[in-house]
Design a binder for this molecule. Structure first.
Ligand code: FAD
Length: 452
């Protein structure tokens, strides 16, 4: 173990973001990095508390105390090997995971200064690429073939695990490039797409076959495979069926986010199909991470103002230490995009879109009250009758995604990631991909299982 008392003297230090005035002029990654000396100091703050809540909270079961210790001792290769034993893509999660591990770190619960587990993870992953610890490994083939439909995090996770076990894996995706929402949802300022390309080169060299730009009808799966995995995500966004929905200037969040990422990748769109916030007063409906990505993107495109509204009440600014364990410390989340300039409001329901000459020019909202349930069920919403109009020339709907209904599949068809469980997180999609890969291996190789 590293330094059991380091956390008493060394405060949490985050690498922070590039200055606002600089970062809003481009789409490059906003998060900075610490030097390796400071990074090791941060790792030393893990006190190996003996009850690794961090490890339990991570859907991948990352061995956080172990890799912090290796990092503290300067054993970068060992730290990578520990990290890689549970996580095939630490360069993704190290950048964009909401870090459930940090929320359950004992130092979070006791003094609100958890170990910087996510940033440490990203630093280890970057060192591994830089130092050449990550090299393609082409396994011996076992003669069986698996098709994976959808090359998002879940599909990539299934593919990488099965490929390592000797299956010939073909990844199909309707998009031109692999990555799913990592590439065509999450903005570049959170995740530079070169990070995905770098990993895809390794996967290709390991023998995974990519068939991009191919839309697969999941009811009519391509022939010639021993098993299939459906990893098609949650393609349908939640809509807002209120009067005026037909007006021009109202978009789903991904209309903007995906298009912006395509444009940064060199793609072009006809002028009348551009979803661009330049010179507009933008209203984002939905207070979650997708909404926050719309804010950062609108600001970079040149919006004159951005307002974000949420139907739920405002969470407390600070963690209440009286919150009974093990309830998550729910506090107001301020992202890098919020810092860049946006008005945030809560407890507002949208009642109608207001238009002029066929285009949206505002949204009527009504304040709602949330009444706590006395019987442990969900709180109930009560409209207060207090209405107002928020002026807006562009409205972005960021209210989540519908859980897809899956048809009844044949025995050799598996489902993983958001397609199976509804919209969630990259780390959950990766974990689910690993679980399903193990199930497929058991299904295709029952004898191997019996021999254990
Ligand atoms: P997806 O990533 O959705 O991938 C599904 C893939 O299947 C896509 O590439 C699609 O083109 C393909 N596909 C679908 N149908 C077909 C078909 N019929 N034939 C061929 N291909 C098909 N999570 C985090 O942890 N951190 C974040 O910061 C974060 N930010 C987010 C920001 C936004 C804007 C959004 C929308 C989500 C965000 N998430 C974030 C959630 C995260 O991206 C998803 O939970 C995760 O990508 C789900 O992975 P998946 O592989 O199941 O699906």
């Amino acid at each position: 173990m590293g330094d059991p008392k380091a956390f008493l003297n060394i405060p949490r230090q985050e690498a922070g973001y590039r200055p606002i005035h600089e970062r809003i002029t481009d789409f490059s990654q906003v998060e900075q990095t610490l030097n390796s000396h400071d990074r090791k100091l941060q790792a030393s703050r893990c006190m190996d508390c003996g009850v690794p809540f961090c490890h339990w909270a991570c859907p991948l079961g990352n061995k956080d105390p172990e890799f912090q210790d290796a990092l503290y001792r300067g054993k970068w290769h060992e730290a990578y090997q520990i990290l890689n034993s549970t996580n095939d893509f630490p360069e993704f999660t190290g950048r964009i995971c909401p870090a459930l591990c940090e929320k359950s770190c004992v130092l979070k619960l006791s003094c609100d200064e958890p170990v910087t587990i996510r940033e440490n993870e990203a630093a280890i992953a970057e060192a591994a690429f830089r130092e050449g610890y990550i090299t393609p490994c082409k396994p011996e083939r076992n003669g069986k073939k698996v098709a994976v439909i959808g090359a998002g995090p879940a599909g990539l996770s299934v593919a990488v695990r099965l490929n390592a076990k000797g299956y010939e894996v073909t990844l199909f995706d309707s998009k031109p490039m692999p990555g799913g929402l990592l590439r065509y949802g999450i903005p570049n300022f959170k995740l530079d797409k070169a990070v995905i390309d770098r990993r895809m080169k390794i996967l290709e060299a390991e023998g995974i076959l990519f068939k991009m730009g191919v839309h697969v009808d999941v009811q009519k799966l391509p022939a010639g495979f021993d098993a299939y995995t459906i990893c098609t995500g949650t393609p349908t966004a939640r809509d807002l069926s209120i009067p005026g929905r037909e007006l021009k200037g109202i978009y789903f969040a991904l209309d903007m986010l995906a298009q912006q990422n395509h444009i940064l990748d060199g793609d072009t769109f006809p002028k009348d199909q551009l979803v661009n916030a330049r010179g507009k007063r933008v209203l984002v409906i939905g207070g979650g991470d997708t909404g926050s990505d719309c804010i950062g993107t609108s600001i970079r495109q040149g919006a004159v103002s951005v307002t974000q509204i949420e139907i739920m009440p405002q969470p407390p600014i600070e963690h209440n230490p009286d919150t009974p364990w093990p309830q998550w410390p729910v506090v107001l989340k301020t992202t890098s995009s919020h810092e860049e300039g946006c008005t945030r409001r809560w407890s507002l329901a949208s009642t109608r879109f207001i238009g002029k000459n066929g285009r949206v020019c505002g949204v009527e909202v009504e304040e709602v009250e949330w009444l706590p349930a006395t019987d442990g069920s969900r709180p109930t919403m009560k409209p207060t009758g207090k209405k107002e109009v928020i002026e807006a020339d562009m409205v972005l709907l960021a209210m989540g995604f519908l859980k897809p209904e899956q048809p009844k599949f044949a025995e050799n068809v598996f489902v993983a990631g958001d397609a199976a469980h509804g919209a969630s997180l990259v780390v959950r999609a990766l974990a689910d991909g690993r679980r399903v890969a193990t199930e497929i291996d058991r299904y295709l190789n029952p004898l191997k299982e019996n021999k254990k």
